[in-house]
Design a protein around this ligand. Sequence first.
Ligand SMILES: Nc1ncnc2c1ncn2[C@@H]1O[C@H](COP(=O)(O)OP(=O)(O)O)[C@@H](O)[C@H]1O
Ligand SMILES: Cc1ncc(C[n+]2csc(CCOP(=O)(O)OP(=O)(O)O)c2C)c(N)n1
Ligand SMILES: [Mg+2]
Ligand SMILES: [Mg+2]
Ligand SMILES: [Mg+2]
Length: 328
Amino acid sequence: MDEFDFILKVKPNRTFQKNVKVAIGDDAAVYEPSLNRNQVVCVDTMVEGVHFLKHLSTPFEIGYKALAVNISDIAAMAGIPLYYLVSITVPSSWKEEELVEIYKGMDELAKEYKMDLLGGDTVSTSDKLVISVTVIGEVEQETQTLRSKACDGDIVFVTGNVGDSSAGLAILLDHVQIHNQHSKEYLINRHKKPTPRVNAGRLIGALYRASLNDVSDGLASELNEISEASNVGITVFKDQLPVSDELLSLSSANDIYKWILYGGEDFELVGTTSRNSWEKLKQTCDKMDLKITQIGLVDQKHSGVMLQTVNQELVRIEKSGYNHFRNK
Ligand SMILES: Nc1ncnc2c1ncn2[C@@H]1O[C@H](COP(=O)(O)OP(=O)(O)O)[C@@H](O)[C@H]1O
Ligand SMILES: Cc1ncc(C[n+]2csc(CCOP(=O)(O)OP(=O)(O)O)c2C)c(N)n1
Ligand SMILES: [Mg+2]
Ligand SMILES: [Mg+2]
Ligand SMILES: [Mg+2]
């Protein structure tokens, strides 16, 4: 494989954004930021063996997810994703066609959001494939959906369903048996091709005030991040957590709550806002067919995050979930 031929193969032959002045092909890319908008930027890395296994995901799916998880962070800041850069570290066991497929997976989402690939880096390694994606987006100057913005009395909400992704991973890893073919495909797809919640993020950003986080490490972890950053207590009602029928159809009930609270990689948005703003948000989301559910309340009766069970018992939810230095 030739490094320079490979770059030419993945270089898009079009740009969506008129503000791109220099894309792939020079020492760096140049774009003109929009007037009166702030720039939003994030980077997340996926590592073979840690984030995906080569025999369980196609290169296309790996690429798709590598871009999706980054768009999700832009969504959690209420931003519009616009540009991305890809750094790829390649062992010789990966063929050029497979790498091109990774880029096709990213391109599927890039087309959907009209995002331009502005550049990247290609290096070799003797070890595992590593793909690191940087996404640049924009957000209105007055909008900041920070983890630190939760206030006493807020409604706690989450988009979509939680727990599906880790159930999908458990199925892929043969840790659980599932006979219903539809449920199996749905859960695996939720793991491999998460939907970044950009539209919901934009609606939440338009509210007067909201705290927001995306669910990468697990609902428990993300809620604890909001609780810590805002210095508020959060109570989550177990019977309000949105669970898909497909996940419910899995028989091992204990695992279900382990996945919902601590599984991660759902890439849903979890946050808080005032009761008034919540009513508006819920109505708009309903009209747009965007699933969003109240799951709890911000209250100062306690610190940290508590789960209220159906019998009204309160159980502390610790900040456990995915942790790169502990999940070994
Ligand atoms: N190695 C690093 N160097 C600098 N900043 C980092 C590093 N790792 C994470 N961060 C920053 O720490 C914050 C939390 O990161 P992370 O938990 O990965 O967030 P997320 O789950 O949204 O991807 C982010 O602002 C991120 O940019
Ligand atoms: C083979 C395999 N094992 C385990 C997981 C589960 N997993 C890996 S990383 C992770 C957390 C999310 O990734 P991270 O790099 O922490 O993203 P960030 O929080 O920075 O967005 C989870 C749940 C997986 N996706 N694939
Ligand atoms: Mg990260
Ligand atoms: Mg995040
Ligand atoms: Mg993480």
